[in-house]
Design a protein around this ligand. Structure first.
Ligand code: FDA
Length: 321
């Protein structure tokens, strides 16, 4: 019998994939503003101006930043072009003056759902513009049905533009093998556990086994002195890594956490001299993203309900030291 917390996590991850619910919420004049109050804790704003404002505050405090216009599975060429233009405007807005700025994107947001070649050409254009501006790009990793296509596009682009990196999900069984290959490419690897619901045959669920796998992969990347973002909020993993490896010893390694999650912990890591990056999502397509954040920590559900009644006011970089 699964615990209520695990059942809630599974249920939230399932409804997060339901396009009908997503469209209904997006179009509802009552529900959207209500749920937005709960989303606000995890999303910097609905517009790039708000995200860039938070980015500038965090840069001034010594963090690196990664800004994402949230969305996925864009279904027409016209929409994909609009999304690409939005990312071009974010690159422009960030400016790249400190070389600690990056953008994050999902390839299905800029074209992969329409065709692989569209995602590839749009990424190339963004990579070129970002490189000129001294900005890096991090490709997010999506469901396992897309992993081959995403890695293939990444490998073709990073050979020309080493400012482009890719996310690897430790929970997929295949990732150990993928890592061996990725170490031969120049781009940064962002190591995450994996947010998507996958079958037991293809992935580990949250467990000690998964933590060991994560640590093992992190150590392989660190020992290879390959650029890496250790992207986790898990205290067990963070403490174990701190014991095994001093991340301050190289500029190629950094910690990265999601906006609004454990700000006190990343502040502490920064105080101790580590390079730290905060991931800053914005936009109106936050439904899937916020469902994942609540599913990962069911206590966030209580918080979300409370936020709908008494809206969250700790906006911007206030919680980050
Ligand atoms: P895990 O989920 O095992 O949680 C361990 C502990 O961390 C929890 O008990 C809690 O204490 C804390 N914690 C975790 N999540 C929390 C939350 N939402 N609120 C409060 N506390 C929380 N995934 C993916 O599939 N593709 C991608 O491209 C990315 N990109 C990405 C970028 C960055 C910068 C990060 C940090 C994460 C991602 N992810 C991702 C998400 C990632 O796969 C994973 O789902 C989350 O980071 C949660 O996993 P943890 O490693 O934090 O541990």
């Amino acid at each position: 019998m699964l615990s209520p917390a695990i059942q809630l996590t599974d249920a939230l991850k399932s409804i997060s994939r339901n396009d009908q619910i997503k469209t209904y919420i997006r179009q509802s004049e009552e529900l959207y503003p209500l749920l937005w109050k709960a989303a606000r804790r995890f999303v910097t704003g609905e517009s790039k101006v708000e995200a860039i404002d938070v980015a500038n505050q965090l840069l001034a405090k010594g963090y690196a930043v990664s800004v994402e216009y949230i969305g996925e599975n864009t279904s027409t060429v016209e929409e994909c072009e609009k999304v690409k233009d939005e990312f071009l405007a974010v690159i422009e807005g960030l400016g790249g003056g400190s070389s600690r700025e990056s953008i994050s994107l999902d390839l299905s947001h800029i074209g992969l759902t329409v065709s692989k070649s569209l995602a590839y050409t749009n990424l190339l254009e963004l990579a070129e513009k970002a490189q000129e501006s001294g900005i890096s790009i991090m490709i997010g990793m999506e469901e396992s049905s897309k992993t081959d296509a995403i890695l293939d596009i990444y490998k073709r682009v990073t050979d020309q533009y080493p400012n482009v990196g890719v996310t690897l999900q430790a929970h997929l069984h295949r990732s150990q093998q993928d890592l061996k290959e990725l170490l031969h490419f120049p781009g940064r690897i962002r190591l995450v556990k994996g947010a998507y619901q996958e079958s037991a045959g293809t992935s580990f669920s949250r467990s000690t086994e998964l933590n060991d796998r994560y640590l093992n992969m992190a150590m392989q990347i660190l020992r290879a002195k390959h650029p890496v973002s250790i992207a986790t909020h898990d205290e067990v993993v963070l403490q174990e890594l701190e014991l095994r490896y001093e991340l301050t010893s190289g500029t190629y390694a950094e910690y990265e956490m999601l906006y609004g999650i454990r700000p006190e912990r990343i502040s502490e890591l920064k105080r101790r001299g580590n390079s730290c990056r905060v991931y800053l999502p914005y936009g109106q397509e936050w439904y899937l993203y916020v469902c994942h954040r609540i599913a990962e920590n069911p206590e966030n559900l209580y918080q979300a309900v409370a936020d709908m009644i008494h809206p969250f006011e700790g906006e911007g970089s206030l919680d980050y030291e």
